[in-house]
Ligand binder design. Structure first.
Ligand SMILES: [Cu+2]
Length: 120
């Protein structure tokens, strides 16, 4: 590699490192599809960038701030993540996300939701 090409290569690397793409939730199915009462279900999230699920953590938060890890699996589309929720009684909950983007940046988010009897 010539000296000039090497310089361009370094500049290219610096440019790609400085482009931040923190993983931000751009879509979540909680808004469209309520979590069913007493039935295991799935929540679909979409992020603006690729996420590293092996490094990320997702928790279900019950009332009283009781947290439990829930399973997150990659969806079919880029940036899509499927969360598996256990059967839940009526109440107020949250999903706590600690997501690593492909650029190595961590972002945290809290998605609140309710589980209610249908027809209410
Ligand atoms: Cu970033």
């Amino acid at each position: 590699m010539s000296y000039l090409k090497f310089i361009f290569f370094i500049l290219f690397l610096l440019a790609s490192f400085s482009t931040h793409s923190h993983a931000v939730v751009t879509h979540n199915s909680l808004k469209l599809k309520p979590v069913p009462l007493n039935l295991a279900s799935q929540v679909e999230l979409s992020f603006n960038s690729k996420v590293e699920l092996d490094l990320s953590e997702v928790f279900l938060v019950r009332s009283g701030d009781k947290m439990e890890v829930i399973t997150a699996t990659p969806g079919t589309k880029p940036g899509q993540v499927i969360l598996s929720l256990p059967a839940l009684p009526e109440g107020e909950y949250a999903i706590k996300l600690k997501i690593f983007a492909a650029d190595g940046h961590l972002s945290e988010d809290l998605l609140r939701f309710f589980v209610r009897k249908t027809g209410q």
